[in-house]
Ligand binder design. Structure first.
Ligand code: FAD
Ligand code: NAI
Length: 466
């Protein structure tokens, strides 16, 4: 007799959510975690600590630069970095404890140690030189991802850092060189820029934020440049000399050509993440990987080994916490014999900078490439009353709808609170709604969300306030 119905390896947002849902469905569940704390990348060194620092640094920036114009007169704010880091840590601790509570509440056993799959129904859990074999009917691999490294550039997490080191610097770098203009580079670059660093971002491609709508990315780049970001696009860092007091980075044009040297106090390498499968024993157990090293799954999250499933960053798809969570729920339901499902066409993406960038569905570039006939409705925040009175008018809402059916295919927003506003578009798209549906939905006044309604009206060329 197996001890458990389900053992989940990894307690990130994919793993712990899967465990809770499986327990709700009546399964006896255990989670295996090799870290000292639960919650995975997201809670410990990802989403949550980065958002705590983004919030605190934004308050610092606002106090220094925005209060006075509203008649709030304060003396220049002073940075107390240790207290800011403590604020971040309190947030991490609170959330990690929350996951521990959820495990207890749902009677999920927490097995601390490294999980290794010995075959169908068998997981070895090792910690402190001891190991035990757990018998289970089903296994879910939710081991997440790790930082991608640059060949020849060694990350010491002090001066040459990944996102993990960049979340815990002990002083504000005079010059921060960021490799990669993706989500991490722009979010953590914003944090240290606001706290006083000079930020230069080196990006391999000729644009920032690949994957996001091109028009949005262009305007976002201009806004970041106004904030003081410097970008070197179409360039790559090929070496970092750390022998001297300041780092010397060699930068080459992506297309080849003469190299230049840039000095920096800290170099942040954030060129993507890779699936994490170390120590899981997948090859020996017969769990197949795809050519990019991700655990290969079928549409029902099943791996090549019977009763072994995989979800989250370790499988294909966007490396996002909410995608991992939804897959966790879906796989638990499938194991319980239900019809668990994730709609990959409606997974929002948010960049938590100021302003925020959010997106769901197809970009204009994708629609063009696929030859889909579409109509565009746009509405700028400069024409939105609430944004005007708050003097936060950067950005716009862009809605892409099918030219024939008016069905909304993609929504892209750049602006304050864009990360909250995107969800009405998600619900609409989940129900297959049209721009007309959105345009006829009453929106409270005065809200920034009225810009979403106006963009939907603009699809039919009848925006009121523009
Ligand atoms: P993870 O969260 O990586 O968890 C995997 C867990 O498995 C870890 O705890 C690990 O210790 C454990 N594990 C691995 N191997 C074993 C083993 N053999 N035995 C036992 N345990 C094991 N996403 C967003 O949606 N929004 C954001 O704002 C956001 N911000 C981010 C900021 C940063 C700086 C980073 C790095 C990432 C961010 N992400 C964000 C991405 C998000 O963190 C991941 O998509 C998410 O954590 C993936 O969840 P997961 O459950 O698949 O894996
Ligand atoms: P990313 O994939 O977002 O961006 C990496 C960038 O580095 C790309 O623009 C890429 O073109 C560039 N690049 C790659 N190799 C390079 C090189 N040699 N030189 C210069 N540039 C190079 O990856 P990032 O920012 O590391 O984030 C990893 C993952 O974490 C993301 O995929 C995202 O899913 C997740 N994340 C999500 C957040 C959110 O949802 N707000 C926040 C932070 C991370």
């Amino acid at each position: 007799m197996a001890t458990y119905d389900l053992v989940v390896i990894g307690t990130g947002p994919g793993g712990y959510v899967c465990a809770v849902r499986a327990s709700q469905l009546g399964m006896k569940v255990a989670v295996v975690e090799k870290n000292a704390t639960l919650g995975g990348t997201c809670l410990n060194v990802g989403c949550m600590p980065s958002k705590a620092l983004l919030h605190a640094s934004e308050m610092f920036e606002e106090a220094g630069h925005s209060f006075a114009k509203m008649g709030v007169s304060v003396s220049a704010p002073k940075l107390d970095l240790p207290t800011m880091m403590n604020f971040k840590q309190q947030g991490i601790d609170g959330n990690v404890k929350g996951v521990e509570f959820l495990m207890k509440k749902n009677k999920v056993d927490v097995l601390k140690g490294t999980g290794k799959i010995l075959g169908t129904g068998k997981v070895e859990v090792s910690a402190d030189g001891k190991s035990q074999v757990i018998e289970t009917r089903n296994i879910v691999i939710a081991t997440g991802s790790d930082i991608a490294r640059l060949k020849g550039i060694e990350i010491d997490e002090k001066r040459i850092v990944s996102s993990t080191g960049a979340l815990s610097l002990d002083k504000v770098p005079g010059k921060l060189l960021i490799v990669g203009a993706g989500v991490i580079g722009l979010e953590l670059g914003s944090v240290w820029k606001r706290l006083g660093a000079e930020v230069v971002v080196v990006e391999f491609l000729d644009r920032i934020l690949p994957g996001m709508d091109g028009e949005i990315a262009k305007q976002f780049q201009r806004i970041l440049e106004k904030q003081g970001f410097a970008f070197k696009l179409g360039a790559k860092v090929t070496a970092v000399d750390s022998s001297g007091k300041t780092l010397k980075a060699t930068i080459e044009p992506a297309a080849g050509g003469a190299a230049e040297t840039l000095e920096a106090d800290v170099v942040l390498v954030c060129i993507g993440r890779v699936p994490y499968t170390d120590g899981l024993g997948l090859k020996e157990a017969g769990v197949a990987l795809d050519p990019r090293g991700r655990v290969q799954i079928d549409p029902h999250f099943a791996t090549s080994l019977k009763s072994v499933y995989a979800i989250g960053d370790v499988v294909a798809g966007p490396m996002l916490a909410h995608k991992a969570e939804d897959e966790g729920v879906a796989v638990a339901e499938i194991i319980a014999g239900q019809a668990g499902h994730v709609n990959y066409d409606v997974i929002p993406g948010v960049v938590y900078t100021t302003p925020e960038v959010s997106s769901v569905g197809k970009t204009e570039d994708e629609l063009k490439q696929a030859g889909v006939a579409y109509t565009v409705g746009k509405f700028p925040f400069t024409a939105n009353g609430r944004s005007k009175v708050n003097q936060t008018t950067d950005g716009f809402v862009k809605i892409l709808a099918d030219a024939k059916t008016d069905r909304v295919l993609g929504v892209h927003i750049i602006g304050i609170e864009a990360g909250e506003m995107i969800h009405e578009a998600c619900v609409l798209m989940e129900f297959g709604g049209s721009a007309e549906d959105l345009a006829r939905t009453c929106h409270a006044h005065p809200t920034r969300s009225e810009a979403v309604k106006e963009a939907a009206l603009a699809v039919g060329k009848r925006a009121i306030h523009m």
